[in-house]
Design a protein around this ligand. Structure first.
Ligand code: MG
Length: 251
């Protein structure tokens, strides 16, 4: 993975894949384990239990990432946070190789589309997940939250999406195909003219967002006019939705 080559004349489509709760199922309960660790981090800053929960949820809702609020308002070291939260997750016990996902990505016609990952995690967590799932070789580039930069941006901030386009040297946002389990992120990408956005939504499972358990599919993101949004519950559906981007033999 890397983005050092010159892609400025590359007019293929680009498929952007969120990682957490998208490339693996929410049933792995990684967001639950993450939520617990983030809560412990708030407690370690001296917040009482209830206030820790409130702030955690508030920052997640406000910024798309609890860490964003912690850095902005409490001057914590994001890399320390990453080590104690994502870095301490026993991912090797929670995830396994996914040959079906590998085949799905392998079946994408690379003469028509590039495949990149786009995550709110730091690169160490992102690379670790891709390695455990066994799909590292299928991902051509990675855009991650650069926690090492105090001014880092994250999804759903427009700046983050603009930065992604810049890194991949995408000229035309309509060539972007994006799949994410966060409706907020998908909505933001659509607002910026990303052409083919898909909400990955595992109806009925629970996830933890901002430290609070949430039934997936219950966030109809009020006030956003996205009733025509494509929603899938299995990544295999991409073979149909983006059929023109898969190898002819693949379907
Ligand atoms: Mg996600």
């Amino acid at each position: 993975m890397g983005s050092l080559q010159d892609n400025s004349n590359d007019d293929r489509y680009i498929i952007w894949l969120d990682i957490d709760n998208t490339l693996y199922s929410a049933s792995a309960r990684i967001s639950h384990a993450m939520g617990e660790r983030i809560h412990a981090y708030f407690l370690s800053l001296g917040f009482p239990d209830e206030e820790a929960s409130e702030l955690h949820h508030k920052y997640y809702t406000q910024y798309g990432l609890a860490l964003r609020g912690l850095v902005r308002h409490h001057e914590i070291d994001p890399l320390d946070f990453d080590r104690k939260c994502d870095g301490s997750l026993p991912l090797e016990d929670m995830l396994q190789r996914d040959p079906k996902l590998h085949k799905l990505l392998e079946d994408i016609d690379r003469s028509k589309a590039r495949v990149w990952a786009l995550t709110n995690a730091y690169k160490t967590h992102a690379q670790r997940v891709l390695r455990i799932l066994g799909v590292e070789d299928q991902i051509e580039g990675l855009v991650y939250c650069d926690y090492a930069n105090p001014e880092f941006s994250c999804k759903p901030e427009p700046e983050y999406f603009h930065n992604a386009l810049q890194q991949a040297q995408v000229q035309d946002p309509s060539k972007c195909c994006f799949v994410d389990d966060s409706r907020m992120n998908v909505h933001a990408a659509r607002q910026l003219g990303w052409g083919r956005c898909v909400h990955f939504c595992e109806q009925g499972l629970t996830t933890v967002e901002g430290g609070k358990p949430k039934e997936i599919g219950k966030d109809t993101s009020s006030g956003t006019n996205d009733s025509d949004l494509v929603v899938i519950s299995d990544l295999e559906e991409l073979r149909t939705i983006w059929a023109d981007l898969f190898k002819p033999s693949a379907n």
